[in-house]
Design a protein around this ligand. Structure first.
Ligand SMILES: [Zn+2]
Length: 143
């Protein structure tokens, strides 16, 4: 894959602080954490994003995410914990190897900050909401 930092970490070519590792999944400390205890969970094999990662690998990653979340919570007792996964540049993805962020929150002001930055909710009609549901429904028959 050439220049992929997570492939290099998974193969041991690049150092990282490993929290968990098995045949399929690795969990490491984010080297530029948003907060204390910011951890990443990623498949060892290269998948670009949610559109590429197979369901069984996603399930394994989710199990590790749960396990690490509980450990972070028991260690630091944060006020909250975000689990975030970005797909595509426009969604904030910067490393194009599927990975899940676990970000503990220690400041109750974060909720209002998040509302300002990323959660501009819209008021739409029930008809528009149903139309959107129906459009997505047409593509739900995915294995
Ligand atoms: Zn990779």
């Amino acid at each position: 894959m050439g220049e992929c930092v997570f492939c290099d970490i998974a193969s041991g070519k690049k150092d990282a602080l490993i929290l968990y590792s098995d045949e399929f999944i690795i969990s490491i400390m984010d080297h530029r954490p948003i907060n204390k205890g910011h951890v990443l969970v990623t498949p060892k094999k290269h998948y670009r994003d949610i559109f590429e990662v197979p369901a069984d690998i996603l399930c394994k990653a989710t199990e590790v995410t749960r396990r690490v979340s509980i450990a972070i919570n028991s260690t630091y007792h944060p006020m909250g914990l975000n689990i975030i996964e970005n797909n595509g540049t426009d969604a904030g993805q910067t490393v194009f190897h599927f990975h899940i962020h676990l970000i503990p929150r220690y400041d109750s002001k974060y909720n209002t900050e998040l509302a300002k930055v990323a959660w501009h909710r819209k008021v739409i009609s029930p008809e528009e909401l149903k139309k959107t549901r129906d459009e997505i429904l047409k593509n739900m028959n995915i294995p």
